[in-house]
Write a protein that binds this ligand. Sequence first.
Ligand code: NDP
Length: 286
Amino acid sequence: MAFIIDGKEVARKLRQQLAEQVAAEKLSPGLAVVLVGENPASQVYVRNKARAAGEVGITSDTHRLSAEATQDDVLALIEKLNKDKNVNGILVQLPLPPQIDALTIIAAIDPEKDVDGFHPVNAGRLSIGMPCLVPCTPQGCMLLLREALSNLEGKRALVLGRSNIVGKPVAQLLLQANCTVTIAHSRTKDLPAECLSADILIAAIGKPAFVRGDWIKDGAVVIDVGINRIDDPAQEGKTKLVGDVDFAAAQTRAAAITPVPGGVGPMTIACLLKNTVESARKRTSG
Ligand code: NDP
C-alpha cells in the first residue's frame, strides 16, 4: 500500500516556518486580493487565503469589484496596488467575468508583486532558470514530491495537463530537478502507456478518477492536482471532492500518493503565503 503524502501536515509546517520567519525578521508582508464578481467558489478561496495569511502575520485586504466591472476598472485598481508600498503581493482571483481578459490583467501586475507567479516575466524567468516568483500549485507539488523522493535526478516524470498555471510550470520545475519530463494532454496517444512508464506522475486535468490504477507503474510517486466535485455514492444528495486519479486503485500500486482533499490543495495556499513573504523580504533587503 502506498505511503499517503499528507499535504495538510506539510502545509501546516510550512505556515509555521513562515510565521516564525515573519516574526524573527520583523517583516510586515501585505497581500492584496482582487475579487471580481460573485463566483461562490472564488468567495470561499479568497476567504481561506485571507484567513491563512492572517495566521502567519501577513496583512491581507480583499478588494471587491462587481461582476459588471470593466477591464479598465480592474486595471485602475491594479495600478493603484502596484504603487502601494504596503502591498507586496497582488493576487487576482480567477476566473474573471467574460468582459475582462485575464492575461491583460495579469500582465499589468508588477512582476515583483505577482505572488501567483502567472506574469509573463515570471513565466519566462522560470523557463530559463532565473530567480522568480514560482506559481503556487506547482511549487506545492514539488514540495510534496520531495516528501516521498529525496533524489529526483534521472526519474521519468509524466505531467498530465499543459495549462499555464499547473502543467507547464510543474514540468519546468521537474526539468530543473533533472527529471526526464513528458507532458501529456488531450491529444496524446496511448495515455495508459505514457503513464505506465512514469516514475513520477503529476495529474492535472480536471477529470474525476480519470487515471486508472492499472495505468500506474509499480512503485511510482503520484501527485494528484485535480479537484473535482462529484455526487457521493455513499450518501444520497451529498457531494464529495475527488482527484484526477482513481485513488483506491492507484494506492495499491504506487509507492506514494497524495489524497484529495488534503494533498496539493493546502500546499497551494501555503506556497502563496511563502511567495508573499519572499516578496516582502526582497522589498526589505532591496
Ligand atoms: P485546465 O482545464 O486549464 O487544463 C487541463 C489540461 O488537461 C489541459 O492541458 C488538457 O489538454 C488536459 N486534458 C483534459 N482532458 C484530457 C484527457 N481526456 N486526456 C488528457 N489530457 C486531458 O486545468 P488546470 O490546469 O487549471 O487544472 C487542472 C485540475 O487541477 C483541475 O481539476 C483544477 O481544479 C485543479 N487545480 C487544483 C489546484 C489545487 O490547488 N489543488 C490549483 C489549480 C488547479 P489540452 O491542453 O489538450 O486541452
